[in-house]
Design a protein around this ligand. Structure first.
Ligand code: UD1
Length: 351
C-alpha cells in the first residue's frame, strides 16, 4: 500500500508522528508532503526533529496568505505530486487549509482520500476550521473518526457508511511523550503558573476582544506563561497591545515534549487551541477555553474544561476550584494510529 500524508500546520505534525511510525511498522510506502503553511523553525522543524518524524519527501513552501491565496496555491501544487505518485490513499489531517486543499486536489483526480480526525464539529460557521472540516468530510472516501460523538455527527450528515472510529492519534503521542518526560524527571514543580496559548482568528483579529483577553491574563492571580503564536504577536503589535506585562510571561512556541512538560508543571491551562484543551484533559490539568464552543465536548464533563465566551468572564473562570470528579477516557487507548493504518489497508480499492 502506498499512502501520501499531507501536512502543513503545527497540530498536523503532532498527529503525523504516531501515524508515520505505524505506517513504517506496517511496511506501508509512506510519502510525506509538507505544504509549508507553517514555516518558522519553532512552528515546524522542531516537531519533525523532536518527534522523530521522517523529513518530508516533498516541501511545497506555500507560506502565508489570505485563505484563497494559501489554499489555491496548495491545490495547484499538490495535483502534480499526487499524479506523479498515484497513491492508494491521500491521507489528510484535522481542519486546516492544508487539509482542505489536499482533499480537494485528490478527489478531483479520483485518488481516494481518507480524513483523520473526521466528524468534529463546532457548529460555528464563522471559523475557517469549521468550513475546512465539513468540506473535507464530505469529499473524503474514508472518515477516520476519533470519538463516538464525531461518528454521530457524520451519521447525521449522511456519512455513516464511510465512517470508522479509530480513536484519537493525539492520545498516542501525548501518552508516549508524557511517559518519557516523567521518566526523565523533567517536570518543574516550582512556583504555580498557568500555561496559555491564544492564536485563533476569532480571538486575535478583533482588537477589542484581544485587548480584553490580554488584560485579563495580565491580572491573573498567578504567573501566566504565554507561548505566543506568530499570529498573536503580529496582531498584538498591529493593534498596539503590549503582551509582556502584569502576570504575563511571554515566551516563544515550544516543541511538543516541552509543551507536555509545561502542562504537567502547570496548575491549569488557558487556551483557544483544540489540541491543548485535550492535552490538558489527558494530563489531568483543568482548562479554560476562550471560545464559544468546543469540538472536544467530552472535556467539558465535570468542569475539567470551561468555555469562556466573553473574555470579561475570564477572571472568575480562572478562580474556580480544581474539579474533583475523575476524568473519563473518551479518546481511546493510545493505539489509534495503528487502527487508522489498518482501516486504510482494509478499505483500499481492491482490498
Ligand atoms: C492554522 C490553522 C488552525 C490551526 C493553527 C495551529 C487554518 C485556517 N488554520 O492557523 O486551524 O489551529 O494553524 O497553529 O489553516 N505565521 C508565521 N510563521 C509561521 C506560521 C504562521 O509567522 O510559521 C503567521 C503569519 O503571519 C500568518 C499567520 O501566522 O499569516 C497565520 O498563519 P496561518 O497558517 O494562516 O494560520 P494559523 O493562525 O497558524
Amino acid at each position: 500500500m502506498k499512502v501520501i500524508s499531507v501536512v502543513g500546520a503545527r497540530p498536523q505534525f503532532v498527529k503525523l508522528a504516531p501515524v508515520a511510525q505505524a505506517m513504517d511498522e506496517a511496511g506501508v510506502e509512506h510519502i510525506i508532503v509538507h505544504t509549508g503553511q507553517h514555516y518558522d523553525a519553532d512552528m515546524s522543524d522542531v516537531f519533525f526533529d523532536g518527534l522523530s518524524i521522517p523529513t518530508p519527501d516533498v516541501h511545497l513552501g506555500v507560506g502565508s496568505g489570505s485563505h484563497a491565496t494559501q489554499t489555491g496555491a496548495m491545490l495547484a501544487q499538490l495535483e502534480p505530486v499526487f499524479q506523479e505518485h498515484q497513491p492508494d490513499w491521500v491521507l489528510v489531517y484535522g481542519d486546516t487549509n492544508s487539509t482542505l486543499a489536499a482533499a480537494l486536489a485528490a478527489v478531483k483526480i479520483h485518488i481516494p482520500v481518507a480524513h483523520l480526525e473526521a466528524g468534529l464539529r463546532s457548529f460555528n460557521r464563522r471559523m475557517p476550521e469549521e468550513h475546512n472540516r465539513v468540506m473535507t468530510d464530505h469529499c473524503s472516501d474514508l472518515l477516520l473518526a476519533p470519538t463516538d460523538v464525531a461518528r454521530e455527527h457524520l451519521t447525521t450528515e449522511g456519512l455513516a457508511e464511510r465512517t470508522e472510529v479509530v480513536g484519537d492519534v493525539m492520545v498516542d503521542v501525548c501518552f508516549t511523550v508524557r511517559d518519557a518526560v516523567l521518566a526523565k524527571g523533567a517536570v518543574d514543580e516550582g512556583e504555580p503558573y498557568l500555561l496559555s496559548t491564544i492564536h485563533r482568528a476569532e480571538n486575535t483579529d478583533d482588537p477589542e476582544r484581544l485587548r480584553t483577553i490580554i488584560d485579563a491574563l495580565a491580572d491573573a492571580p498567578v504567573p501566566v506563561r504565554l507561548l505566543a503564536h506568530p499570529r498573536l504577536r503580529a496582531k498584538a503589535e498591529e493593534f498596539g497591545i503590549a503582551l509582556d506585562r502584569g502576570s504575563i510571561d511571554v515566551r516563544t512556541p515550544v516543541p511538543y515534549a516541552e509543551m507536555v512538560t509545561s502542562v504537567l508543571g502547570s496548575v491549569g491551562v488557558v487556551t483557544d487551541s483544540g489540541g491543548l484543551q485535550k492535552e490538558a484533559y489527558l494530563l489531568d490539568r483543568p482548562c479554560t477555553t476562550l471560545r464559544t464552543e468546543t469540538e472536544w465536548v467530552e472535556t467539558l464533563h465535570d468542569g475539567w474544561n470551561v468555555l469562556v465566551a466573553d473574555p470579561a468572564d475570564l477572571a472568575s473562570a480562572l478562580a474556580r476550584p480544581r474539579p474533583t470528579a475523575p476524568r473519563q477516557a473518551p479518546y481511546g487507548d493510545g493505539h489509534a494510529a495503528v487502527a487508522a493504518v489498518q482501516a486504510l489497508a482494509a478499505h483500499r480499492a481492491g482490498a
